[in-house]
Design a protein around this ligand. Sequence first.
Ligand code: UD1
Ligand code: CA
Length: 454
Amino acid sequence: MSTTVIILAAGKGTRMRSSLPKVLQPLAGRPLLGHVIATAKKLNANNIITIYGHGGALVQQAFAAEQIDWVEQAEQLGTGHAVQMTLPVLKNEGMSLILSGDVPCVTQDTLQRLLDASQETGIGLVTLTLPDASGYGRIVRDNGAIQAIVEHKDASDEQRQIKEINTGIYCVSNAKLHEWLPKLSNDNAQCEYYLTDIVAMALADGMTVASVEPTLAFEVEGVNDRVQLAALEREFQAFQAKSLMQQGVHLIDPSRFDLRGDLTVGKDVRIDINVIIEGDVTLGDNVEIGAGCVIKNTTIAAGTKVQPYSVFENAVVGENVQIGPFARLRPGAKLANEVHIGNFVEVKNSSVGVGSKANHFTYLGDAEIGAGSNIGAGTITCNYDGANKFKTVIGDAAFIGSNSSLVAPVTIGNGATVGAGSVITRDVADHSLAFERSKQLVKENYPRPQKVKK
Ligand code: UD1
Ligand code: CA
Protein backbone atom coordinates (compact mmCIF):
# COMPACT_ATOMS: atom_id res chain seq x y z
CA MET A 1 0.00 0.00 0.00
CA SER A 2 1.30 3.46 -0.79
CA THR A 3 1.77 5.96 2.02
CA THR A 4 1.78 9.72 1.64
CA VAL A 5 2.91 11.99 4.42
CA ILE A 6 1.21 15.39 4.53
CA ILE A 7 2.89 17.96 6.76
CA LEU A 8 1.01 21.08 7.84
CA ALA A 9 3.47 23.93 8.02
CA ALA A 10 1.60 27.04 6.92
CA GLY A 11 0.99 28.56 10.35
CA LYS A 12 2.64 31.87 11.13
CA GLY A 13 4.04 31.08 14.55
CA THR A 14 3.38 34.62 15.80
CA ARG A 15 4.13 33.67 19.41
CA MET A 16 7.74 32.82 18.60
CA ARG A 17 8.31 36.56 17.98
CA SER A 18 10.93 35.71 15.41
CA SER A 19 11.71 36.64 11.84
CA LEU A 20 12.46 32.96 11.22
CA PRO A 21 9.37 30.89 10.25
CA LYS A 22 8.35 28.68 13.17
CA VAL A 23 9.03 25.38 11.43
CA LEU A 24 12.64 26.50 10.84
CA GLN A 25 13.32 27.11 14.54
CA PRO A 26 15.88 24.56 15.69
CA LEU A 27 15.29 21.72 18.11
CA ALA A 28 18.48 19.83 18.93
CA GLY A 29 20.21 21.74 16.13
CA ARG A 30 17.73 20.77 13.42
CA PRO A 31 14.71 22.75 12.16
CA LEU A 32 11.41 21.53 13.62
CA LEU A 33 10.22 20.60 10.13
CA GLY A 34 13.49 18.70 9.55
CA HIS A 35 12.63 16.33 12.39
CA VAL A 36 9.23 15.59 10.87
CA ILE A 37 10.70 15.06 7.39
CA ALA A 38 13.37 12.72 8.80
CA THR A 39 10.70 10.63 10.52
CA ALA A 40 8.58 10.57 7.35
CA LYS A 41 11.59 9.25 5.44
CA LYS A 42 12.15 6.48 8.00
CA LEU A 43 8.59 5.31 7.30
CA ASN A 44 9.51 4.89 3.63
CA ALA A 45 6.66 7.15 2.60
CA ASN A 46 6.11 7.16 -1.16
CA ASN A 47 5.80 10.89 -1.15
CA ILE A 48 5.94 13.81 1.25
CA ILE A 49 3.73 16.83 0.70
CA THR A 50 4.45 19.93 2.77
CA ILE A 51 1.90 22.70 3.00
CA TYR A 52 3.61 26.03 3.36
CA GLY A 53 2.41 29.58 3.83
CA HIS A 54 4.36 32.08 5.87
CA GLY A 55 8.04 32.37 4.93
CA GLY A 56 7.46 29.80 2.20
CA ALA A 57 10.55 30.59 0.14
CA LEU A 58 12.82 30.32 3.19
CA VAL A 59 11.22 27.03 4.20
CA GLN A 60 11.58 25.56 0.71
CA GLN A 61 15.20 26.73 0.52
CA ALA A 62 16.02 25.03 3.81
CA PHE A 63 14.87 21.69 2.38
CA ALA A 64 15.91 22.15 -1.23
CA ALA A 65 17.91 18.92 -1.11
CA GLU A 66 14.89 16.83 -0.07
CA GLN A 67 12.43 15.10 -2.37
CA ILE A 68 9.34 16.99 -1.27
CA ASP A 69 6.21 18.21 -2.99
CA TRP A 70 5.33 21.73 -1.87
CA VAL A 71 1.78 22.99 -1.79
CA GLU A 72 0.94 26.57 -0.95
CA GLN A 73 -1.82 27.65 1.40
CA ALA A 74 -1.83 31.38 0.74
CA GLU A 75 -4.45 32.18 3.39
CA GLN A 76 -4.64 30.22 6.63
CA LEU A 77 -8.31 29.31 6.78
CA GLY A 78 -7.89 26.28 9.03
CA THR A 79 -6.35 22.83 9.18
CA GLY A 80 -9.03 21.33 6.90
CA HIS A 81 -8.46 24.08 4.35
CA ALA A 82 -4.72 23.38 4.51
CA VAL A 83 -5.18 19.71 3.63
CA GLN A 84 -7.66 20.67 0.89
CA MET A 85 -4.72 22.39 -0.85
CA THR A 86 -3.10 18.99 -1.41
CA LEU A 87 -6.06 17.48 -3.27
CA PRO A 88 -4.81 18.40 -6.78
CA VAL A 89 -1.63 16.41 -6.17
CA LEU A 90 -2.93 13.77 -3.77
CA LYS A 91 -3.23 10.22 -5.13
CA ASN A 92 -6.57 8.51 -5.00
CA GLU A 93 -5.33 5.27 -3.52
CA GLY A 94 -3.35 4.52 -0.40
CA MET A 95 -3.35 6.30 2.95
CA SER A 96 -2.03 9.65 4.14
CA LEU A 97 -0.40 10.34 7.45
CA ILE A 98 -1.18 13.94 8.38
CA LEU A 99 1.44 15.54 10.64
CA SER A 100 2.24 19.02 11.92
CA GLY A 101 5.51 20.75 11.15
CA ASP A 102 5.55 22.11 14.69
CA VAL A 103 5.14 18.73 16.40
CA PRO A 104 8.69 17.53 15.79
CA CYS A 105 9.21 14.59 18.12
CA VAL A 106 6.61 12.10 16.94
CA THR A 107 8.36 8.77 16.48
CA GLN A 108 8.41 6.22 13.71
CA ASP A 109 7.10 3.65 16.18
CA THR A 110 3.94 5.63 17.04
CA LEU A 111 3.27 6.46 13.38
CA GLN A 112 3.74 2.85 12.35
CA ARG A 113 1.18 1.76 14.96
CA LEU A 114 -1.20 4.46 13.69
CA LEU A 115 -0.73 3.26 10.11
CA ASP A 116 -1.38 -0.36 11.11
CA ALA A 117 -4.49 0.53 13.14
CA SER A 118 -5.91 2.75 10.38
CA GLN A 119 -5.35 0.23 7.62
CA GLU A 120 -8.56 -1.64 8.49
CA THR A 121 -10.78 1.30 9.44
CA GLY A 122 -9.64 3.80 6.80
CA ILE A 123 -9.18 6.50 9.44
CA GLY A 124 -7.31 6.77 12.72
CA LEU A 125 -5.80 9.32 15.05
CA VAL A 126 -3.25 9.67 17.79
CA THR A 127 -4.92 10.70 21.03
CA LEU A 128 -3.55 11.38 24.49
CA THR A 129 -5.08 11.77 27.93
CA LEU A 130 -3.84 14.89 29.69
CA PRO A 131 -4.47 16.15 33.24
CA ASP A 132 -5.18 19.61 31.76
CA ALA A 133 -6.72 19.33 28.32
CA SER A 134 -7.79 22.93 27.91
CA GLY A 135 -7.21 24.46 24.50
CA TYR A 136 -7.15 21.15 22.68
CA GLY A 137 -9.76 19.42 20.57
CA ARG A 138 -11.55 16.82 22.74
CA ILE A 139 -12.23 13.21 21.77
CA VAL A 140 -15.89 12.42 22.28
CA ARG A 141 -16.56 8.70 22.73
CA ASP A 142 -19.69 6.62 23.13
CA ASN A 143 -19.22 3.12 24.54
CA GLY A 144 -15.55 3.48 23.76
CA ALA A 145 -16.07 4.34 20.09
CA ILE A 146 -14.93 7.75 18.84
CA GLN A 147 -17.91 9.91 17.87
CA ALA A 148 -16.36 13.30 17.17
CA ILE A 149 -13.60 15.77 17.84
CA VAL A 150 -14.90 18.97 19.38
CA GLU A 151 -12.63 22.01 19.46
CA HIS A 152 -12.25 23.67 22.85
CA LYS A 153 -13.94 26.85 21.62
CA ASP A 154 -16.92 24.89 20.31
CA ALA A 155 -17.18 22.50 23.28
CA SER A 156 -19.93 22.43 25.89
CA ASP A 157 -19.00 22.64 29.57
CA GLU A 158 -19.54 18.90 29.80
CA GLN A 159 -17.29 18.21 26.80
CA ARG A 160 -14.61 20.45 28.29
CA GLN A 161 -14.32 17.94 31.17
CA ILE A 162 -12.98 15.36 28.69
CA LYS A 163 -9.27 14.73 29.23
CA GLU A 164 -8.59 12.80 26.03
CA ILE A 165 -7.29 15.14 23.34
CA ASN A 166 -6.69 15.16 19.61
CA THR A 167 -2.94 15.44 19.04
CA GLY A 168 -3.43 16.60 15.43
CA ILE A 169 -1.84 13.45 13.97
CA TYR A 170 -4.06 11.45 11.65
CA CYS A 171 -4.01 8.63 9.14
CA VAL A 172 -6.74 8.73 6.50
CA SER A 173 -7.60 6.94 3.28
CA ASN A 174 -6.77 9.19 0.33
CA ALA A 175 -10.00 8.27 -1.45
CA LYS A 176 -11.92 9.49 1.61
CA LEU A 177 -9.91 12.73 1.81
CA HIS A 178 -10.91 13.42 -1.80
CA GLU A 179 -14.52 12.75 -0.88
CA TRP A 180 -14.70 14.56 2.46
CA LEU A 181 -12.48 17.65 2.28
CA PRO A 182 -14.51 19.52 -0.37
CA LYS A 183 -17.51 19.17 1.95
CA LEU A 184 -15.99 20.91 4.99
CA SER A 185 -17.70 24.05 6.24
CA ASN A 186 -16.43 26.86 8.43
CA ASP A 187 -19.60 27.14 10.45
CA ASN A 188 -17.94 27.09 13.89
CA ALA A 189 -16.62 29.32 16.66
CA GLN A 190 -13.38 30.17 14.79
CA CYS A 191 -14.91 30.37 11.27
CA GLU A 192 -12.19 27.94 10.16
CA TYR A 193 -12.33 24.83 8.03
CA TYR A 194 -11.58 22.17 10.65
CA LEU A 195 -9.81 19.00 9.56
CA THR A 196 -11.29 17.43 12.67
CA ASP A 197 -14.75 17.46 11.07
CA ILE A 198 -13.75 14.46 8.93
CA VAL A 199 -14.31 12.28 12.01
CA ALA A 200 -18.03 12.99 11.92
CA MET A 201 -18.03 12.35 8.15
CA ALA A 202 -16.39 8.96 8.69
CA LEU A 203 -19.10 8.04 11.19
CA ALA A 204 -21.80 9.15 8.77
CA ASP A 205 -20.22 6.77 6.23
CA GLY A 206 -20.56 3.94 8.76
CA MET A 207 -16.81 3.76 9.45
CA THR A 208 -15.16 3.43 12.83
CA VAL A 209 -12.27 5.67 13.84
CA ALA A 210 -9.16 3.93 15.14
CA SER A 211 -6.93 5.52 17.75
CA VAL A 212 -3.50 4.91 19.21
CA GLU A 213 -1.60 6.58 22.03
CA PRO A 214 1.91 7.87 21.57
CA THR A 215 4.66 5.71 23.07
CA LEU A 216 5.93 8.74 24.98
CA ALA A 217 3.87 11.82 25.88
CA PHE A 218 6.44 14.37 24.68
CA GLU A 219 6.18 12.97 21.14
CA VAL A 220 3.01 14.90 20.49
CA GLU A 221 3.97 18.17 22.14
CA GLY A 222 3.70 21.14 19.82
CA VAL A 223 5.85 24.25 19.78
CA ASN A 224 4.12 27.61 19.84
CA ASP A 225 6.56 29.82 21.72
CA ARG A 226 10.15 29.82 22.91
CA VAL A 227 9.21 28.59 26.36
CA GLN A 228 7.68 25.45 24.86
CA LEU A 229 10.62 25.13 22.47
CA ALA A 230 13.11 25.17 25.35
CA ALA A 231 11.03 22.72 27.38
CA LEU A 232 10.76 20.33 24.45
CA GLU A 233 14.50 20.66 23.82
CA ARG A 234 15.18 19.35 27.34
CA GLU A 235 12.70 16.49 26.91
CA PHE A 236 14.19 15.54 23.58
CA GLN A 237 17.73 15.72 24.99
CA ALA A 238 16.72 13.51 27.92
CA PHE A 239 15.22 11.02 25.47
CA GLN A 240 18.39 10.95 23.35
CA ALA A 241 20.62 10.69 26.43
CA LYS A 242 18.60 7.75 27.69
CA SER A 243 18.89 5.95 24.39
CA LEU A 244 22.69 6.51 24.38
CA MET A 245 22.96 5.14 27.91
CA GLN A 246 20.92 2.13 26.82
CA GLN A 247 23.51 1.64 24.07
CA GLY A 248 26.20 1.55 26.75
CA VAL A 249 27.48 5.13 26.82
CA HIS A 250 28.57 6.33 30.26
CA LEU A 251 27.07 9.81 30.53
CA ILE A 252 28.24 11.26 33.83
CA ASP A 253 25.12 13.45 33.94
CA PRO A 254 22.48 12.98 31.23
CA SER A 255 20.91 16.32 32.11
CA ARG A 256 24.13 18.09 31.20
CA PHE A 257 24.66 16.54 27.77
CA ASP A 258 23.48 17.88 24.41
CA LEU A 259 23.35 16.03 21.13
CA ARG A 260 22.51 18.17 18.08
CA GLY A 261 22.84 15.59 15.36
CA ASP A 262 23.80 11.94 15.21
CA LEU A 263 26.26 10.23 17.51
CA THR A 264 27.60 6.76 16.70
CA VAL A 265 29.39 5.07 19.57
CA GLY A 266 31.54 2.06 20.34
CA LYS A 267 31.69 0.33 23.71
CA ASP A 268 32.42 2.02 27.04
CA VAL A 269 32.48 5.57 25.77
CA ARG A 270 32.58 7.96 28.71
CA ILE A 271 31.31 11.53 28.42
CA ASP A 272 31.73 14.05 31.22
CA ILE A 273 29.38 16.96 31.86
CA ASN A 274 28.49 19.86 29.55
CA VAL A 275 29.64 18.24 26.33
CA ILE A 276 27.93 19.31 23.09
CA ILE A 277 27.95 16.95 20.11
CA GLU A 278 26.90 18.41 16.74
CA GLY A 279 26.37 17.01 13.24
CA ASP A 280 27.75 13.54 12.56
CA VAL A 281 30.10 12.35 15.27
CA THR A 282 31.59 8.90 15.79
CA LEU A 283 33.36 7.89 19.01
CA GLY A 284 35.20 4.56 19.10
CA ASP A 285 35.53 2.06 21.97
CA ASN A 286 36.76 3.45 25.29
CA VAL A 287 36.89 7.05 24.07
CA GLU A 288 36.74 9.52 26.96
CA ILE A 289 35.49 13.06 26.49
CA GLY A 290 36.25 15.54 29.26
CA ALA A 291 33.94 18.23 30.56
CA GLY A 292 32.90 21.13 28.35
CA CYS A 293 34.06 19.77 24.99
CA VAL A 294 32.26 20.78 21.77
CA ILE A 295 32.60 18.16 19.01
CA LYS A 296 31.18 18.73 15.53
CA ASN A 297 31.32 16.42 12.48
CA THR A 298 34.29 14.52 13.83
CA THR A 299 35.45 10.93 14.12
CA ILE A 300 37.51 9.88 17.14
CA ALA A 301 38.91 6.34 17.15
CA ALA A 302 39.19 3.86 19.99
CA GLY A 303 41.09 4.60 23.18
CA THR A 304 41.50 8.32 22.62
CA LYS A 305 41.25 10.58 25.67
CA VAL A 306 40.08 14.15 25.30
CA GLN A 307 40.67 16.45 28.26
CA PRO A 308 38.23 19.22 29.19
CA TYR A 309 37.26 22.20 27.04
CA SER A 310 38.56 21.00 23.72
CA VAL A 311 36.75 22.02 20.52
CA PHE A 312 36.57 19.95 17.33
CA GLU A 313 35.14 20.67 13.89
CA ASN A 314 35.48 18.37 10.87
CA ALA A 315 38.43 16.54 12.34
CA VAL A 316 39.56 12.93 12.15
CA VAL A 317 41.36 11.53 15.17
CA GLY A 318 43.14 8.17 15.39
CA GLU A 319 43.43 5.64 18.20
CA ASN A 320 44.94 6.25 21.63
CA VAL A 321 45.43 9.93 20.96
CA GLN A 322 45.68 12.43 23.84
CA ILE A 323 44.07 15.80 23.33
CA GLY A 324 43.68 18.91 25.47
CA PRO A 325 42.79 20.38 27.80
CA PHE A 326 41.88 23.47 25.76
CA ALA A 327 42.88 22.11 22.35
CA ARG A 328 41.24 23.24 19.12
CA LEU A 329 40.94 20.98 16.09
CA ARG A 330 39.61 22.87 13.10
CA PRO A 331 38.44 21.55 9.71
CA GLY A 332 40.90 19.22 8.05
CA ALA A 333 42.78 18.30 11.23
CA LYS A 334 43.90 14.68 10.90
CA LEU A 335 45.66 13.03 13.81
CA ALA A 336 47.18 9.56 13.41
CA ASN A 337 47.32 7.03 16.26
CA GLU A 338 49.08 7.94 19.49
CA VAL A 339 49.44 11.63 18.70
CA HIS A 340 49.52 14.11 21.61
CA ILE A 341 47.95 17.53 21.17
CA GLY A 342 48.15 19.56 24.35
CA ASN A 343 46.80 22.78 25.81
CA PHE A 344 46.26 25.80 23.61
CA VAL A 345 47.28 23.94 20.47
CA GLU A 346 45.32 24.73 17.30
CA VAL A 347 45.41 22.37 14.33
CA LYS A 348 43.85 23.35 11.00
CA ASN A 349 44.00 21.49 7.67
CA SER A 350 47.01 19.57 8.88
CA SER A 351 47.96 15.94 9.31
CA VAL A 352 50.00 14.77 12.25
CA GLY A 353 51.74 11.40 11.92
CA VAL A 354 51.81 8.47 14.35
CA GLY A 355 53.11 9.35 17.80
CA SER A 356 54.01 12.96 17.02
CA LYS A 357 53.52 15.51 19.79
CA ALA A 358 52.62 19.19 19.99
CA ASN A 359 51.95 19.62 23.64
CA HIS A 360 51.86 23.33 24.35
CA PHE A 361 50.78 26.62 22.72
CA THR A 362 51.20 25.81 19.05
CA TYR A 363 49.54 26.62 15.73
CA LEU A 364 49.72 23.98 13.04
CA GLY A 365 48.02 25.25 9.87
CA ASP A 366 48.35 23.71 6.40
CA ALA A 367 51.05 21.40 7.72
CA GLU A 368 52.00 17.82 7.05
CA ILE A 369 53.91 16.26 9.92
CA GLY A 370 55.44 12.81 9.87
CA ALA A 371 55.68 10.21 12.61
CA GLY A 372 57.49 10.57 15.92
CA SER A 373 58.21 14.28 15.63
CA ASN A 374 58.22 16.68 18.54
CA ILE A 375 56.86 20.15 18.03
CA GLY A 376 58.12 22.38 20.83
CA ALA A 377 56.05 24.79 22.87
CA GLY A 378 55.01 27.92 21.04
CA THR A 379 55.83 26.69 17.54
CA ILE A 380 53.93 28.48 14.80
CA THR A 381 53.58 27.41 11.19
CA CYS A 382 53.39 30.79 9.45
CA ASN A 383 51.07 29.65 6.69
CA TYR A 384 49.76 33.02 5.57
CA ASP A 385 51.64 35.92 4.04
CA GLY A 386 48.65 38.22 4.21
CA ALA A 387 47.41 37.18 0.78
CA ASN A 388 48.08 33.50 0.19
CA LYS A 389 48.36 30.29 2.22
CA PHE A 390 51.40 28.00 2.04
CA LYS A 391 52.30 24.57 3.32
CA THR A 392 54.78 23.44 5.94
CA VAL A 393 56.16 19.90 5.67
CA ILE A 394 57.87 18.31 8.66
CA GLY A 395 59.34 14.83 8.29
CA ASP A 396 59.56 11.90 10.69
CA ALA A 397 61.41 12.17 14.01
CA ALA A 398 62.03 15.89 13.61
CA PHE A 399 62.53 18.11 16.64
CA ILE A 400 61.27 21.67 16.49
CA GLY A 401 62.66 23.77 19.33
CA SER A 402 60.32 25.94 21.36
CA ASN A 403 59.07 29.26 20.08
CA SER A 404 60.07 28.64 16.47
CA SER A 405 58.34 30.22 13.49
CA LEU A 406 58.32 28.02 10.41
CA VAL A 407 57.67 30.39 7.51
CA ALA A 408 55.85 28.46 4.78
CA PRO A 409 56.43 27.19 2.21
CA VAL A 410 59.13 25.32 4.04
CA THR A 411 60.22 21.71 4.57
CA ILE A 412 61.93 20.33 7.67
CA GLY A 413 63.54 16.97 6.89
CA ASN A 414 63.46 13.61 8.66
CA GLY A 415 65.42 13.67 11.90
CA ALA A 416 66.13 17.38 11.46
CA THR A 417 66.43 19.71 14.44
CA VAL A 418 65.38 23.33 14.69
CA GLY A 419 66.94 25.34 17.52
CA ALA A 420 64.60 27.12 19.91
CA GLY A 421 63.53 30.63 19.01
CA SER A 422 64.34 30.31 15.30
CA VAL A 423 62.56 31.94 12.38
CA ILE A 424 63.02 29.29 9.68
CA THR A 425 62.57 30.53 6.13
CA ARG A 426 64.66 28.00 4.21
CA ASP A 427 64.30 24.21 4.00
CA VAL A 428 66.18 22.15 6.58
CA ALA A 429 67.77 18.94 5.22
CA ASP A 430 67.34 15.51 6.84
CA HIS A 431 69.31 15.05 10.05
CA SER A 432 70.74 18.57 10.09
CA LEU A 433 70.40 21.32 12.70
CA ALA A 434 69.15 24.75 11.78
CA PHE A 435 68.82 27.67 14.10
CA GLU A 436 68.44 31.34 13.65
CA ARG A 437 69.19 33.72 16.50
CA SER A 438 71.61 36.52 17.33
CA LYS A 439 74.70 35.79 19.33
CA GLN A 440 74.10 36.11 23.08
CA LEU A 441 75.66 39.32 24.42
CA VAL A 442 77.09 39.36 27.96
CA LYS A 443 78.00 42.31 30.19
CA GLU A 444 79.70 41.08 33.35
CA ASN A 445 79.03 42.75 36.71
CA TYR A 446 76.24 44.72 35.12
CA PRO A 447 75.10 47.66 37.28
CA ARG A 448 71.28 47.75 37.25
CA PRO A 449 69.66 51.18 37.01
CA GLN A 450 68.89 52.67 40.43
CA LYS A 451 65.78 54.54 41.42
CA VAL A 452 66.48 58.30 41.45
CA LYS A 453 65.84 59.81 44.92
CA LYS A 454 63.82 63.07 44.82
C1 UD1 B 1 -5.58 21.59 16.11
C2 UD1 B 1 -6.80 20.66 16.14
C3 UD1 B 1 -7.10 20.27 17.59
C4 UD1 B 1 -5.89 19.63 18.23
C5 UD1 B 1 -4.67 20.54 18.10
C6 UD1 B 1 -3.43 19.81 18.54
C7 UD1 B 1 -8.18 21.44 14.29
C8 UD1 B 1 -9.41 22.16 13.90
N1 UD1 B 1 -7.93 21.36 15.58
O1 UD1 B 1 -5.93 22.77 16.80
O2 UD1 B 1 -8.19 19.37 17.63
O3 UD1 B 1 -6.15 19.35 19.60
O4 UD1 B 1 -4.47 20.93 16.72
O5 UD1 B 1 -2.35 20.71 18.60
O6 UD1 B 1 -7.49 20.91 13.44
N2 UD1 B 1 -2.09 25.07 9.97
C9 UD1 B 1 -1.96 25.32 8.64
N3 UD1 B 1 -2.90 26.07 8.03
C10 UD1 B 1 -3.98 26.57 8.69
C11 UD1 B 1 -4.10 26.30 10.06
C12 UD1 B 1 -3.14 25.53 10.68
O7 UD1 B 1 -1.00 24.89 8.00
O8 UD1 B 1 -4.79 27.23 8.04
C13 UD1 B 1 -1.07 24.24 10.63
C14 UD1 B 1 -0.32 24.96 11.72
O9 UD1 B 1 0.84 25.57 11.21
C15 UD1 B 1 0.02 23.84 12.68
C16 UD1 B 1 -1.13 22.84 12.49
O10 UD1 B 1 -1.71 23.17 11.26
O11 UD1 B 1 1.21 23.20 12.29
C17 UD1 B 1 -2.14 22.94 13.62
O12 UD1 B 1 -2.66 24.23 13.64
P1 UD1 B 1 -3.04 24.96 15.00
O13 UD1 B 1 -3.59 26.30 14.71
O14 UD1 B 1 -1.92 24.83 15.96
O15 UD1 B 1 -4.22 23.99 15.47
P2 UD1 B 1 -5.16 24.19 16.70
O16 UD1 B 1 -6.15 25.22 16.39
O17 UD1 B 1 -4.33 24.35 17.91
CA1 CA C 1 -5.91 27.54 15.49
